[in-house]
Design a protein around this ligand. Structure first.
Ligand SMILES: Cc1cc2nc3c(=O)[nH]c(=O)nc-3n(C[C@H](O)[C@H](O)[C@H](O)COP(=O)(O)O)c2cc1C
Length: 376
């Protein structure tokens, strides 16, 4: 049976895949799910390249794009974007804190050429993490009609964004972590909400998926579809979400361990070695609470004497350059990338197709089991 979003968008499996990797987005879409590209780390130029590539892979199938539009952000940094190097806006105390830590840990500097490349990529990409940054990315999206869904994270999309997307017939979604966010987002004109529980990787609130989803459905009075996110890597978990009234699930962490993921072998290994409890909520990555792999780098920011977290996009600019050094040095004890609690069940590399197949098979089994229960 097809739900409201499947009917409107014409896809088969109620499985949404969030990923920053174009290969994952294209493969999930081709396998009958709905791929959504996380765009906030790309510059507009790079996003153009990514979307053109996905367009070629998916044939006539629709897919989505996700942008981050935080309610609280650094307005000076937003105004300075394109005129000033965002790195220059990071206070010296913060730079020194990271420089001294990495030096004490013996993590080498990046070679000069790589440093410049990473620096430019991050400064231009992280510029996307403000409302104007999202608007710049959405101008690119407008040139790609196969993008039929746009999702905003960290706040309801602003009025002008909703108006513009609606004019183009795009289905608008929003991530939410509290029931009251969902009613605000519905009032702002979104077509569906993604109720994301605390167990999710990435920016996340404090309420668990099992508690959040039914409350969000109530708060939007079932007028718009609710998709459940956070903790979905198996078909039985998807069956639970559907049983609660969700019209699909939205997964992020499970794709990180696939061959289509662009993470390096070192990074994938860090995920395969992690247990569920290693995915902790910390603010060091973007300034907002993100569930990520715990490491000595994430913990140093929580220790007494650490500087205050910066608002988006500056904390992200600082932390991502540091992360590039950690990855190059292959220091798993310092590696902190977003991860949900399902990371504990990811132990070896797989493929997007296999994940989709396993989830669909398990979902069918779980639904059959439930039906037997219902017959007493
Ligand atoms: C590596 C990673 C990066 C993420 N970045 C974003 C993002 O930029 N925008 C967003 O809306 N959600 C982001 N998320 C959250 C996902 O959209 C999704 O809600 C979450 O991964 C679902 O929970 P799961 O991790 O248990 O599958 C990210 C998640 C991960 C794992």
């Amino acid at each position: 049976m097809q739900n409201r979003l499947q009917k409107r968008l014409g896809f088969q499996s109620p499985i949404f895949a969030f990923s920053h990797c174009r290969n994952v987005v294209a493969e999930v879409t081709k396998a009958g799910g709905f791929g959504v590209l996380g765009a906030s780390t790309f510059s507009p130029e790079q996003l153009e390249v990514e979307l053109a590539w996905i367009d070629e892979q998916v044939g006539d199938l629709p897919y989505g794009v996700d942008v981050i539009i935080p309610v609280k952000y650094d307005r000076d940094a937003e105004a300075a974007f394109g005129k000033t190097d965002l790195n220059d806006l990071i206070p010296d105390t913060h730079k020194a804190f990271m420089r001294d830590f990495l030096e004490a840990e013996g993590v080498p500097e990046l070679p000069p050429e790589e440093k410049t490349r990473v620096h430019n990529e991050i400064a231009s990409g992280r510029g996307g993490m403000t409302p104007d940054g999202a608007r710049r990315l959405l101008e690119v999206v407008a040139r790609h009609p196969k993008v039929q869904v746009v999702v905003s994270a960290l706040g309801a999309p602003p009025e002008d964004v909703v108006r513009e997307l609606r004019k183009r017939g795009i289905v608008i979604g929003a991530m939410c972590g509290k029931p009251k966010h969902a009613s605000r987002q519905r009032a702002a004109g979104v077509d569906f909400v993604v109720a994301q529980g605390t167990e999710a990787g990435g920016h996340t609130g404090a309420i668990s998926t099992l508690v959040l989803v039914p409350d969000v459905i109530d708060s939007v009075e079932n007028e718009i579809p609710v998709i459940a996110a956070g903790g979905f890597a198996r078909g039985s978990q998807i069956a639970a979400a559907l049983a609660m009234g969700a019209e699909g699930v939205w997964c992020g962490t499970v794709w990180l361990g696939t061959q289509e993921s662009e993470l390096t072998p070192f990074e994938k290994q860090a995920y395969f070695a992690a247990e569920a409890e290693d995915a902790v909520r910390r603010r060091c990555r973007t300034g907002k609470t993100v569930r990520m792999l715990k490491s000595r780098l994430s913990e140093i920011w929580e220790a007494p004497g650490a500087p205050e977290y910066l608002d988006p996009p500056l904390q992200g600019v600082l932390f991502n350059e540091v992360t590039a050094r950690v990855i190059r040095a292959e220091r798993s004890d310092l590696y902190s990338f977003p991860a949900g609690q399902v990371v504990g069940s990811m132990k070896q590399e797989t493929s997007v197709r296999q994940v989709m197949l396993d989830m669909q098979t398990e979902l069918a089994d779980a639904l059959e089991r439930l039906q037997t229960l219902g017959q007493g």
